[in-house]
Structures are given as C-alpha cells and as structure tokens.
Ligand binder design. Structure first.
Ligand SMILES: [Zn+2]
Length: 366
C-alpha cells in the first residue's frame, strides 16, 4: 500500500468524508468527495462503499478528459459533475457533493438563486437546473451555473443536493457549512419554518425468526395491528421505525398526498405517497413499492429489510417532509416528474439489490 500513488491525498479524502459525516452534512453516506491531483486527473470516492469502510486503495483516480479509470473500484456515479466543476474552476482543487438537509430543501422551491445571509454577510447561492443524477445533462447544468456565477464556489443542484468547491478541502468544507446555515436562515425568513431535522422514534419493531419484537415494552394493540399488517403484506420488510419528528407529524396531520421533491425520496421511499385521512384507510396504503406508511396525526412507519435501511428511509422521509412544508409555505415548489421518479426508483432498486447480493451491506453513493 505504501507505493500507492497519491497516498496522502487518498487518506485526506477519507478524513474529510468522516469529518462531513460527523458534522452531519451527509445525511448518512450519500455524497461524494474529490480532489484534483494534476491538470488531467482527479481522485474521487468510490460508488457504493460506506465511508466508515473506506481505505486509500478504494479511492479512484479518474482521467478528467475521458473519465477512464483503473482498478476494481468504480468511481462515484457523479464523476461527470465533478469533472465539469474542475473544468469550470481551474483554481479549485477540492470538491464536496452532499445531500445536506436545508440547502437541498431550499433547492426544491423552483427558484434560481437563494438570497440569504451568513453571520453578517449577504449570501447568494445559485441553483443549477434539475437533471437526473449521474447524467451528462446534470453535469452541463452545473457547468452553466458555475460559469454564470463566477464568484460562487458553492451551488445547489436543484432537487438533489449541493456542490461545494475550494482551493483546499477547508474552503470546500466552509462552503458546505456556510450554505447550510444560510439556507436554514432562508427557510426561517421566507417559509417561516424553524424545523429540526432528525428522527423521533416512537413504536419501532423488527422480525426475529418470524416473531415481531417491539422496541417499546407496552406498545399499544392499535399500533401492534399496524406492524402485523405491514409484515404480513410486505414479506421483504424486517424492520419498522415509527418516526414522529416534527416535520413528519405536521405532514401526517395536514397533507393528503406527497409527490417527491428530492431525488433520494423518489429512490428510497417511492414515487407517490398517500396520507390517509382516517384510521379505516390506513391499511390500503401499505404498498409494494412505497417504504413508508403514514397514520393520520401519528407520524409515519418507515420500512426496510435491515435496520440501516429503515433508518435511511426515516431520515430521508424527514428531509422530504421539511421540503414539502417549505414548498407549501413558499406557495410553490419544483416537483420531480413522475417519469423521472419512476426511472430513479427502478434504477435504485436494481442497483441496490445487486449490491446487497454481492457485498455484505452497502449503500449507493447518490
Ligand atoms: Zn448526490
């Protein structure tokens, strides 16, 4: 391993990945990080490996001109976006792509720029138009935005996440943190919302040898019936997390239908989620390709084949609900098309089941 090319740079990327995870800007391990090594190459995090499992040889060296790479690890599926950004900002040598909560949510409102503030400074954050993740179109949209806003090294990718550039990793990290605070301020001012992001667990359960094990000893019978119905209708589900976070609770009280505003919602949760208006309707909403079940005025149950998956669904649902409430209060939002949602949902299931078969348990990067 000592003769690995760019060993120090590889280690540094891993350190930054872990730091981002610690400060909570990744929403689990979705996102990717890269570093320019010379005028023709950059190093980037691989596709589908958890950050805690990263080792230097897994970081992929990619040719900036033709995207070719060597070795057994595949570069992140957002390599085209990174390449476009290196071409647009010759002086930037470090890039972080995150799915951070408040910037991603501000990027679903259909606006071209987020005007806000950070500490005492005014901040303008450009928003690149939407395109499906991993596509050349998305890379072109990012390039156009970076060329148009020469002084911005942090941009939002509509309905998806952020792209933070810097001459150094510290500058890129600063962009990510600055954008998150500025976007949180924006949502507070414009959408009148100050909502924490997270999961408030209430009545969760999992299956063990066919038996349902409830996390809370005195789980009410009414709730147990919901768990039993989910496990009987969805043989793929082994974990259920009951999420009663502020945003999820608000949606379970006031909304009747959620369409995806964010890519990860379409991928992990489903393309269309109904919120029942009375108890009698609950069970009709246990669907094959929808990984949550809302209960009126009682939050939502989030499903997965593993605890990790159910937790991911619960986090992404909370972010999706914050975006939904922001769009409602803003008076408009840019919703993803049904066609794009179906495509992403299908791809994600396909890639995911392939990964789950071959590797112990890993997640797709973006
Ligand atoms: Zn992404």
């Amino acid at each position: 391993m000592d003769n690995l090319q760019y060993l120090e740079e590889r280690k540094h990327i891993i350190d930054v990945a872990r730091e981002l995870n610690e400060i909570g800007l990744l929403v689990r391990t979705w996102g990717n990080i890269s570093c320019r090594t010379d005028s023709d190459h950059f190093l980037i995090t691989p596709s589908g490996i958890r950050y805690e499992d990263l080792t230097p040889e897994m970081i992929v060296l990619v040719d900036l001109k033709d995207m070719s790479y060597e070795g057994e690890y595949k570069p992140s599926s957002e390599k085209l976006v990174h390449a476009a950004a290196y071409n647009a900002r010759k002086h930037c040598d470090f890039i972080i792509h995150t799915h951070q909560v408040f910037a991603s949510c501000a990027g679903t409102l259909g606006i071209k720029k987020v005007f806000s503030y950070f500490e005492d400074e005014d901040v303008t954050i450009p928003v690149a138009s939407y395109a499906l993740p991993g596509t050349q179109q998305l890379a072109d949209n990012v390039k156009r935005t970076l060329n148009k806003f020469k002084s911005s090294n942090g941009i939002i990718m509509s309905n998806h996440g952020t792209l933070c550039l810097g001459e150094t990793s510290n500058e890129a990290l600063f962009e990510a943190e600055m954008m998150e605070t500025a976007c949180r301020n924006f949502l507070e001012d414009v959408c009148k919302m100050d909502m924490p992001h997270g999961v408030e667990e209430m009545f969760s359960s999992h299956l063990e040898n066919g038996d349902i094990i409830y996390d809370v000893h005195d789980t009410p019978e009414r709730v147990k019936t919901i768990h039993k119905q989910v496990y009987s209708k969805r043989s793929d589900v082994k974990y259920i997390i009951h999420n009663k976070s502020e945003a999820v609770m608000m949606v379970s009280r006031r909304a009747n239908h959620m369409k995806p505003l964010l890519d990860d919602f379409a991928q992990l949760i489903g393309v269309s989620v109904k919120i029942p208006s009375n108890e009698g309707e609950i069970y009709h909403n246990i669907k094959k390709k929808v990984n949550v079940l809302f209960v009126p005025n009682d939050g939502a149950y989030c499903f997965g084949p593993t605890k990790d998956d159910a937790e991911a669904v619960a986090m992404v649902l909370d972010k999706g609900c914050i975006a939904y409430i922001a769009a409602m209060r803003n008076g408009e939002g840019h919703y993803l098309s049904l066609f794009d949602c179906i495509k992403m949902n299908r791809n994600y299931r396909k890639n995911y089941s392939k990964l789950a078969d071959t590797v112990a348990h890993e997640e797709k990067d973006d």
